[in-house]
Design a protein around this ligand. Structure first.
Ligand SMILES: [Zn+2]
Length: 121
Protein backbone atom coordinates (compact mmCIF):
# COMPACT_ATOMS: atom_id res chain seq x y z
CA UNK A 1 0.00 0.00 0.00
CA UNK A 2 2.75 2.38 0.93
CA UNK A 3 4.80 1.39 -2.09
CA UNK A 4 1.96 1.93 -4.50
CA UNK A 5 1.81 5.64 -4.17
CA UNK A 6 5.56 5.99 -4.10
CA UNK A 7 5.73 4.62 -7.61
CA UNK A 8 3.77 7.58 -8.80
CA UNK A 9 5.47 10.23 -6.72
CA UNK A 10 6.50 13.20 -8.79
CA UNK A 11 7.56 16.69 -7.89
CA UNK A 12 4.60 18.92 -7.49
CA UNK A 13 4.19 21.77 -9.88
CA UNK A 14 3.21 25.27 -8.96
CA UNK A 15 3.87 28.80 -9.93
CA UNK A 16 4.87 31.68 -7.73
CA UNK A 17 1.87 33.87 -8.35
CA UNK A 18 -0.16 32.51 -5.48
CA UNK A 19 -2.71 30.99 -7.77
CA UNK A 20 -3.89 27.47 -8.30
CA UNK A 21 -2.08 25.45 -10.89
CA UNK A 22 -3.36 22.27 -12.36
CA UNK A 23 -2.15 19.78 -14.90
CA UNK A 24 -3.30 16.49 -16.26
CA UNK A 25 -0.82 13.80 -17.19
CA UNK A 26 -1.16 10.19 -18.07
CA UNK A 27 1.40 7.76 -16.74
CA UNK A 28 1.29 4.02 -16.24
CA UNK A 29 -2.02 4.07 -18.06
CA UNK A 30 -3.53 6.11 -15.27
CA UNK A 31 -4.68 9.65 -15.67
CA UNK A 32 -3.44 11.84 -12.88
CA UNK A 33 -4.62 15.33 -12.13
CA UNK A 34 -2.25 17.41 -10.04
CA UNK A 35 -3.41 20.63 -8.48
CA UNK A 36 -1.45 22.94 -6.21
CA UNK A 37 -3.07 25.66 -4.20
CA UNK A 38 -1.61 28.04 -1.60
CA UNK A 39 -3.42 27.59 1.71
CA UNK A 40 -3.45 30.65 3.93
CA UNK A 41 -3.42 30.05 7.67
CA UNK A 42 -6.88 28.98 8.82
CA UNK A 43 -6.63 31.39 11.76
CA UNK A 44 -6.26 34.41 9.53
CA UNK A 45 -2.76 35.31 10.70
CA UNK A 46 -0.81 37.75 8.61
CA UNK A 47 2.60 36.33 9.48
CA UNK A 48 2.12 32.63 8.86
CA UNK A 49 3.56 31.43 5.61
CA UNK A 50 1.08 29.99 3.14
CA UNK A 51 1.38 26.26 2.60
CA UNK A 52 1.44 25.05 -0.95
CA UNK A 53 -0.81 22.02 -0.83
CA UNK A 54 -0.76 19.66 -3.78
CA UNK A 55 -3.42 17.11 -4.53
CA UNK A 56 -2.92 14.28 -6.95
CA UNK A 57 -6.10 12.66 -8.10
CA UNK A 58 -5.89 9.13 -9.44
CA UNK A 59 -8.58 6.59 -10.20
CA UNK A 60 -7.58 4.86 -6.97
CA UNK A 61 -7.44 7.76 -4.62
CA UNK A 62 -6.71 11.35 -3.77
CA UNK A 63 -3.21 12.05 -2.50
CA UNK A 64 -2.33 15.18 -0.58
CA UNK A 65 1.05 16.67 0.18
CA UNK A 66 2.08 19.92 1.78
CA UNK A 67 5.23 21.64 0.54
CA UNK A 68 8.00 21.04 3.05
CA UNK A 69 6.42 17.81 4.28
CA UNK A 70 7.07 14.29 3.12
CA UNK A 71 6.79 10.73 4.30
CA UNK A 72 9.22 8.13 5.61
CA UNK A 73 10.06 6.41 2.34
CA UNK A 74 10.06 9.39 -0.01
CA UNK A 75 12.74 11.93 -0.74
CA UNK A 76 12.12 15.47 0.38
CA UNK A 77 9.98 17.20 -2.19
CA UNK A 78 8.06 14.00 -2.83
CA UNK A 79 5.68 11.87 -0.89
CA UNK A 80 2.25 12.39 0.54
CA UNK A 81 0.88 12.76 4.03
CA UNK A 82 -2.78 12.04 3.37
CA UNK A 83 -4.57 9.66 1.06
CA UNK A 84 -8.33 9.38 0.63
CA UNK A 85 -9.38 6.11 -0.89
CA UNK A 86 -12.34 3.82 -1.40
CA UNK A 87 -12.23 0.70 0.73
CA UNK A 88 -15.18 -1.50 -0.14
CA UNK A 89 -17.41 1.47 -0.83
CA UNK A 90 -16.43 3.30 2.33
CA UNK A 91 -14.18 6.34 2.12
CA UNK A 92 -11.11 6.09 4.30
CA UNK A 93 -8.57 8.76 5.16
CA UNK A 94 -5.05 7.41 5.65
CA UNK A 95 -2.55 9.72 7.30
CA UNK A 96 1.23 9.57 7.65
CA UNK A 97 1.83 12.18 10.34
CA UNK A 98 5.29 10.93 11.33
CA UNK A 99 8.06 11.17 8.75
CA UNK A 100 10.06 8.58 10.70
CA UNK A 101 7.32 5.98 10.64
CA UNK A 102 6.76 3.94 7.50
CA UNK A 103 3.29 2.92 8.58
CA UNK A 104 0.31 5.26 8.62
CA UNK A 105 -0.25 6.95 11.95
CA UNK A 106 -4.00 7.17 11.38
CA UNK A 107 -6.47 5.19 9.29
CA UNK A 108 -9.89 6.73 9.60
CA UNK A 109 -13.01 5.06 8.25
CA UNK A 110 -15.78 7.49 7.38
CA UNK A 111 -18.40 4.76 7.73
CA UNK A 112 -19.99 6.60 10.64
CA UNK A 113 -20.51 9.68 8.44
CA UNK A 114 -22.71 7.80 5.97
CA UNK A 115 -26.01 9.56 5.42
CA UNK A 116 -27.69 6.26 6.19
CA UNK A 117 -26.26 6.48 9.72
CA UNK A 118 -28.05 9.76 10.56
CA UNK A 119 -30.31 9.38 13.58
CA UNK A 120 -33.91 10.35 12.98
CA UNK A 121 -35.12 12.68 15.69
ZN1 LIG B 1 -1.55 31.41 11.58
Amino acid sequence: MKGEHLLDARPHQYDNTGTETSNHVKENNMTKTTTTFPFACTYGCDNCRPLDVTTELYVGGLYVRADGYSDCCSQDGYGQQVVIENRHGVPHVIIWADINDEDPTHIVSLAGAAESERRVT
